[in-house]
Design a protein around this ligand. Structure first.
Ligand code: N01
Length: 533
């Protein structure tokens, strides 16, 4: 093992999670190495450079809070930050806290094997580096493993093709081009209006119509910024007490307890305000399908009032519950279909058969394209973990451990994989919350846990099997109280053929944070601790 570097921890990924994990570890005097596949920091915001990429959580909240100086000094320009602005911010953080020299860029972890005799991980990368490490932290993100559908013929296509989650670094110019977009999720809904501004012809291939609400993005009002900054810690603390860990202006009224006129007025007010707070119009929207239908009906009405061609409006109108698949937030999405060079193909009625040299063939006809954009999402929550050869006790792989779906304790640890932690793993609130503060919560929990193992002479710590089983059952029970399990979303793995159908995130940040606190207070209850011999 002469070329092997000894470290306290290997952290996989240099996005928001990995960077803060490195910072915390350094402050604790630990040696850590971050392995990052890209040539820069940023994670999601490094890879997703497609036109219109923007966060739909307010910039004042979608930012770190671990450093008060940082949150006071950084100036966001818009209510919802663009991808380039977020990438500037994360680069600023990397420089400000001098993080880069502990990061291996352009390197991918290929395997991680737990050596039971020494309670250490042996981690290999595709650049030939090997690390011998006490801990591994997977900061690989929930939406990072691109889902490229196996549509035949792609290799034959003579034009250019892109995946929104793997967008080139150099600008892509669609001017005068005939462009296809496959998919109508958040990435498609953000990019379609901008691609339409350039393309000579744009055809969108839709499998499932999606609900979207307008962003009403705007430059940040300095008065609002000053107000938040005057009480930033209190603002963050108040958001921590909310289900989605975000400032959505939650109502405590139920939709079905008010008159139809009151409901309509509230939906109208939220529509005019813009963004995800629409779903907080009433307390029961995510829990009572009948209440949910009132919001769904409101958006359906908006679609038919915006889209002029009745047949296109019909195709764009979803029939299911709203928010069950993640709600999209847009700027001019539905109105884009009023432009004569933009059209919509329902692939249920007209399935895609193959990509051809010149474009796409459906069951009905051949379409000619110069470029195809796959806005087909991700192998969410588990893909980034299962694409690495992680082998725990007895050489058991993570793929084997998760063959019926992801099993974790608190979304932080997996039985059989000691000293390996996940940041915002399946079974934690993660994607149902504002990711940034949820990432910070996990990093702090993991860093404190490592410190505790040092103080208590614990050589290895891992989820106990019964605690894990109980947690998985609890995550599902809580999920079942909501409308989430009742549609085919990536929350359930339903977007990837063959993936087990399991509701992966935990619904409700405050009870989750309380559970994490109780586990610590009870000396990491539910974890197996192996003491130093
Ligand atoms: O991916 P998606 P995304 N043939 O999975 C379709 C976050 N995000 O990249 O619905 C044809 O939502 C698929 O159809 P269906 C956010 O959490 C945030 O857009 O599965 N179509 C769907 O329409 C978001 O939810 C922001 O039937 C196929 C689309 O492709 C998450 O990332 C911005 C297909 C994929 O939609 C993922 O968003 C962007 C196939 N074989 C993303 N396979 C903001 O902050 C899939 N599709 C604003």
């Amino acid at each position: 093992m002469s070329n092997t570097r000894q470290v306290d921890a290997v952290v996989v990924g240099a996005g928001f999670g990995g960077l803060y994990m490195l910072h915390r570890m350094r402050k604790q005097g630990l040696t850590a190495r971050v392995i990052e596949a890209g040539d820069g920091v940023g994670g999601t915001w490094y890879w997703n450079r497609y036109p219109g990429a923007r966060c739909d959580i307010q910039s004042l909240e979608y930012s770190y809070q671990f450093s008060n100086e940082l949150q006071q000094q950084w100036e966001w320009s818009e209510r919802y930050a663009t991808q380039p602005e977020i990438l500037r911010y994360i680069n600023h953080v990397a420089d400000r806290f001098d993080l880069r020299h502990d990061i291996s860029f352009n390197a991918r972890v290929t395997s991680a094997d737990f050596d039971e005799s020494r309670n250490r991980w042996v981690v290999n990368t595709d650049t030939g580096e090997t690390f011998d490490s006490r801990f591994v932290v997977m900061a690989t993100g929930c939406l990072s493993s691109a889902n490229l559908p196996p549509i035949p013929g792609l290799a034959l296509f003579s034009g250019d093709w892109y995946h929104t989650g793997r967008w080139p670094h150099e600008p892509v110019n669609f001017s005068g081009k005939r462009v296809a977009v496959i998919g109508t999720g958040s990435s498609a809904i953000q990019s379609i209006p901008l691609i339409a501004e350039q393309a000579s012809e744009l055809v969108v291939f839709q499998r499932t119509a999606n609900y979207s609400v307008p962003a009403h993005n705007q430059t940040l009002d300095p008065k609002r910024v000053a107000e938040v900054k005057a009480h930033y810690p209190q603002y963050r603390a108040a958001n921590r007490e909310t289900a989605f860990h975000a400032d959505f202006g939650y109502s405590d009224r139920n939709a079905l307890d008010v008159s139809a006129a009151e409901r309509a007025a509230e939906f109208e007010r939220r529509w005019a305000h813009g963004g995800l707070p629409f779903m907080a119009s009433f307390a029961d929207l995510m829990f009572n399908p009948q209440a949910n239908q009132t919001a769904a009906e409101f958006i359906r009405g908006k679609i038919s009032s915006i889209v002029k061609d009745p047949e296109t409006a019909r195709k764009l109108t979803p029939s299911g519950l709203v928010g069950c698949k993640r709600l999209c937030v847009d700027t001019n999405y539905y109105a884009t279909y009023n432009q004569p060079h933009v059209s919509l193909v329902d692939i249920n009625a007209e399935p895609i058969e193959t990509v051809t040299t010149d474009g796409i063939r459906t069951s009905a006809r051949d379409y000619a394209f110069d470029a195809i954009v796959f806005a087909t999402g991700f192998d969410a929550m588990t893909g980034a973990m299962t694409r690495v050869a992680i082998r725990g006790r007895g050489g058991r792989s993570i793929q084997e451990a998760w063959k019926e779906g992801p099993k974790t304790y608190l979304g932080l640890s997996v039985n059989g994989f000691p000293n390996l932690f996940m940041i915002t793993g399946p079974g934690s609130p993660s994607v149902l919350t504002n990711m940034l503060p949820s990432i910070e919560h996990h990093v702090d929990w993991i860093a404190d846990c490592i410190q505790w193992t040092d103080q208590k002479q614990v050589a290895a710590i891992e989820a106990a099997e019964d605690a894990q089983e109980n947690w998985v059952a609890h995550v599902n029970e809580v999920g079942e109280t909501s409308v989430y399990p009742h549609c085919n979303s990536w929350y359930l793995g339903a977007n990837v053929p063959g993936k087990p159908r399991v509701f992966m995130p935990y619904l409700g940040f405050p009870p989750y944070a309380e559970k994490c606190r109780q586990v610590v207070a009870a000396d990491y209850e539910g974890f197996i601790k192996q003491h130093v011999a």
